[in-house]
Design a protein around this ligand. Structure first.
Ligand SMILES: Cc1cc2nc3c(=O)[nH]c(=O)nc-3n(C[C@H](O)[C@H](O)[C@H](O)COP(=O)(O)O)c2cc1C
Length: 205
């Protein structure tokens, strides 16, 4: 195994206490999202959007929608990671760069678009599942990227999705799946917590 990946997985913790007043510049935010967007998604839908909440005003609004969680303001930036619904409608555009890179041809793209449209078009449950899957994989990738950049992170599901959608003007096809605080951890944080014993969670069949 690539030891740097193993190291990132083994050292990542859910940071509760961040050093305040340690801003991240646009370049660092772009690097995090560039890496997060390397996450896989069904058909390469890339059905996600990242809102980097960094200004004092935006942080205060997000903290209030996140039941007052202080780390939203103390962290350098908190990402609202949205999964997008009805993403099959954008699939052709999303796959065009794969044609230009000579990875896929038009015939394959047409077939993928037809297949994704047939399965997603009238299936709101699948659209939501896909949005949650994609945004979750992107969130985990972003947290490992942060770890690799010497930063800490914390995923949060503790927020009022309706208020977040309102405050940050999400479109009706955007679902705020998870928010992820990223910044410089204080010394006082819990270490990574123990996990269940393997036999409880692993079946090899
Ligand atoms: C989907 C999800 C939602 C979470 N929501 C919150 C939250 O709202 N507030 C919080 O402080 N931690 C939250 N956490 C962090 C978990 O408590 C943490 O990942 C878990 O206790 C394991 O900690 P460790 O990763 O440091 O071992 C969340 C984690 C996940 C994956």
């Amino acid at each position: 195994m690539n030891t740097s990946i193993q190291n990132a997985i083994e050292t990542r913790t859910s940071v509760n206490n961040f050093q305040p007043d340690r801003p991240l510049d646009d370049g660092a935010i772009a690097k995090l999202v560039n890496l997060a967007a390397k996450a896989p998604s069904a058909y390469n839908l890339q059905n996600w959007r990242f809102i980097a909440v960094r200004s004092e005003n935006a942080k205060a609004r997000l903290k209030s929608a996140a039941f007052g969680q202080q780390k939203v303001v103390d962290a350098s930036v908190t990402f609202i990671i949205c999964g997008t619904l009805a993403a099959h409608g954008h699939l052709r555009t999303a796959l065009q760069p794969s044609i230009e890179a000579n990875i896929m041809n038009q015939r394959v793209v047409d077939a993928w678009v037809a297949q994704a449209t047939a399965s997603h078009e009238d299936n709101s449950v699948l659209q939501r599942d896909e949005a949650v899957r994609s945004a979750s994989l992107a969130a985990m990738t972003l947290m490992l990227a942060a770890q690799g950049m010497g930063l800490g992170s914390c995923a949060m599901g503790g927020f009022d999705a309706e208020r977040v959608a309102q405050e940050f003007e999400l479109s009706v096809t955007e679902l705020p799946v998870v928010i992820v605080a990223v910044g410089h951890p204080e010394i006082s944080n819990w270490p990574q917590k123990p996990r269940k014993p393997l036999p409880e969670v692993l079946a090899i069949v």
